[in-house]
Design a protein around this ligand. Sequence first.
Ligand SMILES: C[S@@+](CC[C@H](N)C(=O)[O-])C[C@H]1O[C@@H](n2cnc3c(N)ncnc32)[C@H](O)[C@@H]1O
Length: 350
Amino acid sequence: MKEKHVEVQEYYGKELEVSEDLKTNACCTLEIPPKFIREALAKVHDEVHNKYYGCGIVVPNELEGLRILDLGSGSGRDCYVLSQFVGEKGEVIGVDMTDEQLDVANKHIDYHADKFNYQSSNVSFVKGNIESLGELNLEPNSFDLIISNCVINLATDKDKVLKDVYNLLKPGGEMYFSDVYSDRRIAEDLQDDPVLWGECLSGALYWNDFLRVAKNAGFTDPRSVKNNPITIENEAVQEKCGNIKFFSVTYRLFKIDGLEDECEDYGQAIAYKGSIANNAASFDLDDHHHFPKGKIISVCGNTYRMLHDTRFKNHFDFYGTWDTHYGVFEGCGGSMPFSTDDTGDAGSCC
Ligand SMILES: C[S@@+](CC[C@H](N)C(=O)[O-])C[C@H]1O[C@@H](n2cnc3c(N)ncnc32)[C@H](O)[C@@H]1O
């Protein structure tokens, strides 16, 4: 049997030429991006768009000046979108292992620098395996943000990828990424099917195993931002997958010292100032933390830290101390963290 990485390189380098060649809708983005992201997407070269195989929107807020790494950057669509938001002083580095994808990404570096009116490009692409990030001369603690779009499912050693990500992030930095998850563990014979694996289905982690992998890597409190059920749209593939349900989910994982494994109540609260670009009326930290401008909202210790110990700090007023613990923060549960319907509502608080 061929090694999985070779199969994936062949799938994305030879089998697929454009997004329409995909056999299912797993590597398709079902969400409609907000206007400011649509405007940035409109400036990306058509050839880059045509080879986009992502499953979510990996553009968080507050990006000016950040240093970003994209794992499995493909033809570079997300890198070129983020390039616009970090500005000329920011930097975006994409890593991919497939030559054909890197060729398209590299071919349009100057085109995008011109389009964004930059003196020189702030985007570069590196050939490499995201399961060996340590071999790429990337400095530990040097990235503000690491993104990835429909790639981690294709990795055979997901634990290692997330541990390396943790190591590469600055304190207060975050991994913000979209990927495919399943509602149960996937049998080995399905994992050995190159089409199911290549289509980002059979490498998907059972969501509860993903939470374990993330926590084990140091990301104590993974937050789900958006989720959509995947409908597959291919009878033969659906037949093979049987009862397994798949979801495309965007998670944010903060690297913050002191996050706890449960949401704890210290009597703290915060109020959003309305000052984050494109979020004048309200700010969503994740799919269950919505902060309307000016409203004082009680938060658990972890949420307090995610806003206080990160690039979001200046956009909030913070109330309370760590002096008194009032018990577990009300409202947190342990059920499946994303819905099985298409409302996008989460099943529990944290
Ligand atoms: C589903 S595509 C997504 C590409 C890109 N993120 C996008 O949104 O268009 C998966 C990409 O990940 C790359 N990839 C998969 N496994 C990888 C690995 N272990 N190391 C580096 N790149 C990998 C493939 O070459 C391919 O370009």
